[in-house]
Design a protein around this ligand. Structure first.
Ligand SMILES: NC(=O)c1ccc[n+]([C@@H]2O[C@H](COP(=O)([O-])OP(=O)(O)OC[C@H]3O[C@@H](n4cnc5c(N)ncnc54)[C@H](OP(=O)(O)O)[C@@H]3O)[C@@H](O)[C@H]2O)c1
Length: 286
């Protein structure tokens, strides 16, 4: 039987594109999702989908059968995602998986108390081959969710980012690196920090969006108290609000501004810039 590549988050932004890229290269891809029927009905990515829920270890066995490589993402939005990822890594080891490409986040290596760091360390200690991918914030954040909605409705977006810069990355570049790490050579035992080619502050982001859409778009910096109120009114639960506030403190401290050479090193081409992303997604802000 041909060995399969299991892709977690196969219905999501990063994992969906990872599945498509690998399938186009001819690899046997199994997409993991809580709803395989819906995924199969709407996706051209993976050849097959399996029911998989990080919260239900009983679903791990069937998902891992015959798998030699896996793309791992953490349970979205869970501050304690190590709780479910560590047993999954153990199950991967027991079932004969050889290499795990593990999506965490930029700066994870600096936070020993962070769930994503605990996942990295457990994977490193497991004896499995591993590649950590540590991306910066995705450009897609500006086109979707509450930021995209706010721009469409009011021509403004509000964040507690002050004048800090972020080297946003196009999530499609994260997927391209993940696909290469899964099927290329020389990536075992490596950790890649993934960023876009430049760091922009949000006034510069607004300028690019204004130029590309032809309508004035403005960034309004918030202080933490204002951000708490705005996020609460947008329906975020209190623990999510505090988590986001913490992330924006790191952004304001400049930790998301560095530009990494790792996308070029892995893909042999530069990552996409924000202007190109904006041109391709202009309808998101119309
Ligand atoms: N957004 C950013 O700027 C950013 C930056 C750095 C790192 N990241 C990381 O990137 C990861 C992927 O982001 P994304 O934008 O691709 O996510 P996404 O589009 O929101 O997709 C989330 C995926 O998680 C799956 N999922 C949700 N609950 C699950 C569960 N209980 N068990 C198994 N799978 C579950 C969903 O699958 P089903 O619903 O089909 O089950 C879906 O495919 C995130 O975990 C995040 O930590 C994001």
């Amino acid at each position: 039987m041909t060995s399969k590549i299991l892709v977690l988050g196969a219905t999501g932004t990063v994992g969906g594109e990872v599945a498509s890229l690998l399938a186009r290269k001819g690899f046997a891809v199994r997409g993991a999702t809580r709803d395989p029927v819906a995924a199969a009905a709407r996706s051209a990515g993976a050849a097959e989908y399996v029911e998989f829920d990080l919260e239900r270890p009983a679903t791990f066995g069937a998902a891992l059968a015959g798998v030699d490589r896996a793309f791992l993402i953490a349970l979205p939005g869970d501050e304690h995602s190590d709780r479910v990822a560590l047993p999954l890594i153990d199950a991967m080891k027991a079932s004969g998986v050889r290499h795990v490409v593990n999506l965490t986040a930029m700066g994870t290596e600096m936070r020993e108390d962070f769930a994503l760091r605990k996942i990295e360390l457990h994977l490193e200690a497991s004896g499995l081959e591993f590649t950590h991918l540590r991306p910066n914030w995705f450009m897609q954040v500006i086109a979707s969710g509450s930021v995209g909605t706010s721009i469409r409705a009011t021509g403004t977006f509000m964040l507690p980012a002050a004048e800090a810069r972020i080297s946003y990355i196009d999530a499609r570049d994260v997927s391209a690196v993940a696909a290469e790490a899964l099927c290329g050579t020389g990536h075992a035992g490596r950790a890649y920090t993934l960023t876009g080619p430049t760091a922009l502050d949000h006034h510069e982001v607004a300028t690019v969006l204004s130029e590309v859409t032809g309508r004035p778009i403005r960034y309004v910096p918030l202080d933490e108290a204002q951000a708490r109120t705005t996020l609460g009114q947008a329906g975020f639960p209190p623990e999510w609000v505090e988590r986001l506030i913490t992330f924006y403190r790191l952004i304001r401290a400049g930790l998301c501004a560095p530009v990494s050479p790792d996308v070029v090193a892995v893909l042999g081409r530069p990552p996409s810039g924000f202007r190109q992303f904006a041109v391709e997604h202009a309808s998101a802000w119309a």
